[in-house]
Write a protein that binds this ligand. Structure first.
Ligand code: ATP
Length: 232
């Protein structure tokens, strides 16, 4: 079964077509790097996959089910631009809350484990509103992973992370792939993303300009794709 199947998807903001007839399929255990210039439509596509935005036309299935089903949502982990953690709660309280919402058996234990894995143990009782951007992003990473999602949808996951946190995230993503999970991530940081990616999709102004396996050529010269398939 395909992990994520996108079929003929269109999205309009008013009469502006942000996505034009996008079709893509992503196999289980693979990692798709979604690339494209600012405003190409990457965030729009990820929000649709996450069930946060509707399409005008086309269909999306995730693990064989509609992206907007409640059951599907439990099986995906989303890391977006809006960080999605509560400002007035501590790091620990945030993770315990999300663990409870996902129906995890021992929320306290899982919350503590993820604080440790993301290097936030030391500030577990600090309120998020006092956190730096990098700390919030690490907490958001913990929230994304804590329910063991089968599909990870990550919008610019490396942005705002410090070097150590980038290494932590790369490790988590490698482990996720080794466990057969599926990753779709948008990125401007081509080098970090291409290292991990098994496939690449390039979007130009809402249209899919290239899709295919990640090759050695791309890894050695990340600008290659833009030169060959980007806008003039
Ligand atoms: P970036 O790399 O800058 O995040 P992106 O590839 O993620 O860009 P999107 O955020 O998906 O691009 O935006 C695609 C297009 O749709 C852009 O032209 C943007 O201005 C427009 N757009 C996005 N969200 C809205 C909205 N809520 N209302 C109107 N237009 C929007």
């Amino acid at each position: 079964m395909t992990a994520v199947a996108i079929q003929g998807v269109w999205k309009f903001y008013g009469d502006y077509p942000a996505l034009k007839d996008i079709s893509l399929s992503v196999n289980p255990g693979s990692c798709l790097a979604l690339i494209g210039r600012n405003g190409a439509g990457k965030t729009t596509l990820l929000r649709i996959l996450a069930g946060l935005s509707k399409t005008a036309k086309g269909s999306i299935t995730i693990l064989g089910q509609d992206a907007r089903d409640e059951n599907t949502r439990r099986r995906i982990g989303v890391l977006g631009h809006g960080i999605g953690v509560y400002e007035e709660l501590s790091a620990f309280e945030n993770l315990r809350l999300f663990a409870k919402l996902y129906g995890i058996a021992d929320p306290q234990k899982i919350a503590s484990e993820w604080l440790e894995r993301t290097g936030l143990e030391r500030v577990r009782d600090g309120l998020v509103r006092e956190f730096s951007r990098g700390m919030r992003q690490r907490l958001a990473v913990a929230r994304t992973f804590l329910h063991n999602p089968s599909v990870l949808l990550l919008d610019e996951p490396f942005t705002a992370l410090d070097d150590r946190a980038i290494a932590v995230l790369q490790d988590l993503l490698k482990t996720a792939l080794a466990e057969g999970r599926t990753i779709i991530m948008s990125t401007h940081q081509l080098r970090e993303a291409l290292e991990l990616a098994t496939g690449v999709a390039l979007i130009n102004r809402g249209k899919l300009a290239f899709t295919g396996p990640r090759t050695r050529e791309m890894l050695e010269d990340p600008a290659w794709l833009y030169r060959n398939y980007g806008e003039a």
